[in-house]
Write a protein that binds this ligand. Sequence first.
Ligand SMILES: *Cc1c(COP(=O)(O)O)cnc(C)c1O
Length: 387
Amino acid sequence: MNNKVHLPISYGRQEITEADERAVIGALRSDFLTQGPTVLEFEKAFASYIGAKYAVAVTNGTAALHLSCMALGVQAGKTVLTTPITFAASANSVLYCGGHVEFVDIDPRTYCIDVEQLEKTIAQNPSKYCGIIPVDYAGHPSDLPKIRDIAQRHGLWVLEDSCHAPGAQYSHLGKVFGCGSGEHSDLAIFSFHPVKHIATGEGGMVTTNDPVLYEKLKTLRTHGIVRDEDRLVHASHGGWYHEMQILGYNYRISDINCALGLSQLTRADAGIKRRRVIADYYNKHLSSSLVTPYVAPGTSHAYHLYVVQTPRRKELYDFLREHKIFCQVHYLPVYRHPYWEKLGNWRPCPEAEKFYDHCLSLPVYPSMTDAQLEYVVEKVNEFCRGK
Ligand SMILES: *Cc1c(COP(=O)(O)O)cnc(C)c1O
């Protein structure tokens, strides 16, 4: 059977169909390669999928974080709270704006930011902080209603890093909300890197329900330049006139990328469904030998990652690698990167440390075949039986 399995198997990968190819060719043959109608079309479709009012498409998830921090007013003298178990960009974006970061330990069950520790940290010095960046780690929603409540009581904003969680849901007071819907955050961001749920090559999105932040983000995305007559500072000089009002960037995404995104978006639900089938199979066959993911009551997991824990993580990683299964570790706590180490005397995060020592992301992506899935399970169990 094994010689029929397509190898190597990586922890995540994109799926490109013929419909995707046709969509990209359509964009290439259209009048606009960038700044055309497909960008707005993708934004509208994505906002509707996520359940938010507005969406702003940008070059990548990191640009989405950077612009969000700018729009929320991060600057020198401001301190933002986030989790250490995330991709470095979640925290880097605060530094881009001259702000400071403090890390709050993770909840050992969900691996998302621990809301009790978050509350305690803020209560010790409430005026020190301006905002919170929770991360829906692996596709499990952060405890957003509680985080929103803490933030509101202390006058902080919430920027949800939902890169792992388009399509994930949580419930609150009998209602169901989507990650990134903006019901319990000011802004939320997404990435369309090929390992994420929706691939555009490079790409990112900010979602919000706030019309003021929406306008600000659109201006910041294109150099801080304004063209709308009713938003000009100076009187218009004529039809050509536009003016730069704030220092922005060129973080625009092309119509080519957005055409691919639109096409991918039509398969988003099917992709999550497949990810959940894979996760259920892993749960069924691995939960007696490894720690499998916890899913909090009332939430549904998007399984960007399927993360297990084992004390023999390095041995398992090496064993699977020998069998052409390329897992990954998500993540080294951000404050342990050499650059970050030099920046501060970080508050200890024992749960994040323990998690980092034990975690491993097994392959999960929609185009993973049943044969590949069975092969991974067979190899993991072979390892666990002590072969
Ligand atoms: C992928 C990712 C990002 C950055 O997205 P890019 O598109 O690669 O810039 C930020 N945060 C998290 C949690 C991510 O997984």
